[in-house]
Structures are given as C-alpha cells and as structure tokens.
Design a protein around this ligand. Structure first.
Ligand code: KG4
Ligand code: ZN
Length: 340
C-alpha cells in the first residue's frame, strides 16, 4: 500500500450518519458525524424507519464534507450488524462511489470498528493495540466478549442473551423519566447517589462468558413499582454499580482464564466513567493493562470503520483488496476471522 493510501469510511448502522477519511492508516483527514439523537429523543430509543430516512437525507452531505475534494483509494462501509434500512443506505453510497472511482470496496464489521477505535488519540491512529488481548465491546446494541489473538483473529467468548448494557441504561433512564440516550443521564444522576443504596442483581452467569442485563432492568422496574418517593440518584448509582461490576468481573475473569495481560474496551458504554475507573483499578491489581477507547471515539463514527479497513488490508492483504463491487449487508453479522 502506498504511504498516503486514503480510505473513505462510511458508518450508518444505527443512529449516526458518518463518513471519515483516513490517510496512510494513521492520519484522520476528517470524521464527520451527523447524530440523529434529536429525531429519536421523544421516543426514548431509535425508531428504525426514522433512522433510515435520516441516513438517506444526510449521507451525501456527510460524505462530501468528509472528502472535501480529496481523492480516495478504497471505500469501506459498515455492512453489519445494524438496522437494515441504515445499512442499505451505507451500501448504496459506498458502492456508487467505489464503482465510479474504480477503487476496491470493503464491508467492515461495525463491532470490529469499536475495538480498533481504541487506537485513536488526538485524531491519529497512533496507539496500536498489543495482542493477545480480551476485548469487551459494549454499546447500545451489543455486549460481546472476545479473545483476540491478533488483528482479525477472534474467538467470541460470550455475548448478551437479552439486552445490551447500553440498552439497559437507556431503558432504566426511560423508567426514571430521564432523556435519551440514557447512559450519560443515568451516569450524571449516579454521581449524586449512593452506590449501595439498592442491592440490584449482578448476573454473572457462572460457567459461561455470556451476559444478561434484562434482569437488572426488571429489578429496577419492580423497585420503582414497590417504592414511593424514590431517590433517583440512589437508583442510578446502584444500577450503574451493578452493571459495571458485572462487566468488570466477567471481563477480568476472561483475561485471567485466557492468560492475557491486556484488555481493550470499546463501544458507547465505554464512555462510562465508573466502568473506566473500576476496570482500570481492578485490572491493575491483577497486572492487567486496560485500554479504553478515547471518549470522543466511543460512540458510532466512520473513522473506526476506515481504520478497521486499513488493518484488514495490512493483515489480510490480497484477499481483501479484490475489486468486488457488490457487498451484501447483514443486520446480524457476527465477527469473523480475516482470511490470510
Ligand atoms: O456505540 P454506540 O454509540 O451505538 C451502538 O452501536 O449501539 O452506543 C450507544 C449506547 C447508548 O445505549 C448509550 O446510552 C450508551 O452507549 N452510553 C453510555 C454512556 N454514554 C453512552 N452508557 C453508560 N454510560 C455512559 N456514559
Ligand atoms: Zn456502535
């Protein structure tokens, strides 16, 4: 690959329409993000039909702004997992551009993007991950634990059986009458509350690496049903404590079991301060280094898609560079090993 190889990344899996240009696998020329939060706020969650329409309305402007006249050598778009309507908008935009420019197109797994976003710092991918590691990808749609031997070499250890951790934050926020997205709201309230006020369950599901967060959310709803004059900060602090303890315990147990010294955490919930503090301090007691995605890069963005594409070109080479113009979307895409 030439030194200034330019990859246009496109992200449209959920409620952010984003395009980014990554040059030479390192320098972020742009990372334009249009967030649809305002459109979904009054429904306390993402409405797929509205999301598709907003992606269709914004994608051309977002891409034009990201390119700003720059030429490209490759187009990469998130082809799953995500909402079908949004994925199709990304696919059509990516295929049109790649076909017109006669450059290769890559379909990237959105969750791999969340992991690689950990490498960014100050607009540059300058902090390579060290392998092997255990990765926790924790967002509004997913909660997954992977053993990662190297770039593109994954073993999925477990995933949530019901709600994702971010989804639980969003649902609890709704129960408490707090705004969407719920994570930052619950977290802000939690700062004023007592973390031991209510003993919500810690669903550790021993014997598996899976997660389950719907029970904690249900416990919150029963607590609200059974108590008058609820102290909102106390409920938020206790809920946040229960979720974070569960995530931290299972992730660090997996790191010990798989004998790795590194843990990487990506996805929207990785912005959570309690999770960051708890994972880092508990990890250090075990001699495990914890890498978090920078807060600015934790939620959905196209820079992470472009970086995942660059890594794939570097590590999977020719196979990845074949000029295919047609890449299907897959709303339930699972993480897969890259072919050598
Ligand atoms: O990765 P992301 O932007 O979108 C998905 O791929 O789902 O993650 C969004 C999720 C939302 O559920 C949001 O409530 C949660 O991340 N989130 C947080 C925080 N900031 C965002 N959850 C807990 N604490 C936060 N500070
Ligand atoms: Zn995401």
């Amino acid at each position: 690959m030439k030194k200034d190889f330019a990859i246009l990344g496109i992200e449209s899996t959920c409620d952010e329409t984003s395009a980014a240009l990554l040059v030479g696998g390192k320098k972020l020329f742009s990372n334009v993000i249009y967030s649809q939060i305002e459109e979904h706020k009054k429904y306390h969650g993402v409405v797929p039909e509205l999301a598709s329409r907003a992606h269709a309305a914004k994608i051309a402007t977002v891409i034009t702004e990201a390119l700003n006249g720059h030429d490209i050598d490759c187009v990469a778009f998130a082809h799953g997992p995500g909402l079908p309507g949004g994925l199709m908008v990304g696919r059509v935009a990516a295929q049109t551009l790649a076909n017109f420019k006669k450059v290769p197109i890559l379909g990237i797994n959105h969750l791999e993007g969340h992991l690689f976003a950990c490498e960014f710092e100050d607009g540059e991918a300058k902090n390579p991950l060290s392998f092997p590691l255990v990765a926790l990808v924790v967002s509004g749609g997913h909660t997954e634990l992977w053993y990662v031997k190297n770039y593109g070499q994954y073993k999925v250890l477990g995933r949530t059986r019901d709600d994702a951790a971010g989804e639980a934050f969003d649902k609890v926020a709704k129960l408490l009458g707090l705004a969407y997205p719920g994570g930052p709201q619950v977290s802000a309230q939690a700062l004023k509350g007592r973390r031991d006020a209510v003993d919500f369950p810690r669903p550790l599901l021993p014997g598996t690496w899976d997660f389950s967060f719907s029970g904690i959310k249900t416990a919150v709803s029963y607590y609200l049903r059974d108590h008058k004059d609820v102290n909102v900060p106390d409920v938020c602090a206790s809920f946040e404590q229960a979720v974070c303890e569960t995530l931290v315990k299972k992730t660090l147990l997996a790191a010990q079991k798989y004998k790795v010294k590194q843990v990487a955490v990506g996805g929207g919930v990785a912005a959570n301060s309690l999770l960051r503090d708890m994972m880092t301090s508990e990890g250090s007691k075990l001699g495990i280094t914890v890498r978090f995605v920078p807060r600015k890069m934790s939620s959905d963005n196209a820079a992470m898609i472009a970086l995942a594409a660059y890594k794939r070109l570097q590590y999977a080479g020719e196979e990845a560079l074949q000029k295919k113009w047609n890449i299907n979307i897959n709303p339930n895409l699972k993480v897969k090993n890259w072919g050598k």
